[in-house]
Design a protein around this ligand. Structure first.
Ligand code: RB5
Length: 144
């Protein structure tokens, strides 16, 4: 499984930690930047990661900015993307089970490292439940 990862400067530190964590777990990780703590614009990195997932070049994506808010708003503008801002293991698990989120977003200034690890673990180890949730996702697709 290939995971696209990206952040702005506010999420840079957490991105580096989670990139390493995912690689240790055996995932192939492609880093779309940013590559330092120098100030950048989060929509640029949301676009790179979201397009890689939308085109099928990567199977899933992880995005971080300061709060996770801006980068999730931006990623959701790309067709086929369901980017979920997650705060803990429960929201991450439900983001997969109910929303089939193909990108998860976190806040580098609001989410601790252990919580972030718990978020990616819950999301990657859960399955989409389909059924009524598929019907709802199809209604989102109809809006695109
Ligand atoms: C950048 O300072 C900050 O606004 C950004 O990382 C993010 O939190 C926006 O939603």
């Amino acid at each position: 499984m290939k995971i696209a990862i990206g952040s702005d400067h506010g999420g840079y530190f957490l991105k580096e930690v989670i990139k390493e964590y995912l690689a240790e777990k055996g995932y192939e990780v492609e880093d779309f930047g940013c590559f330092s703590q120098e100030s950048v614009d989060y929509p640029d990195y949301a676009k790179k990661v979201a397009e890689a997932v939308s085109k099928g070049e990567c199977d899933a994506g992880v995005l971080m900015c300061g709060t996770g808010i801006g980068i999730s708003i931006a990623a959701n503008k790309v067709k086929g993307i369901r980017a979920a801002l997650c705060h803990d293991g429960l929201t991450a698990r439900l983001a997969k089970q109910h929303n089939n989120a193909n990108i998860i977003c976190m806040g580098g200034r609001t989410t601790g490292i252990e919580t972030a690890k718990d978020i990616v673990d819950n999301w990657l180890n859960s399955e989409f439940e389909g059924g009524r949730h598929l019907r709802r996702i199809n209604k989102i697709k109809d809006m695109e």
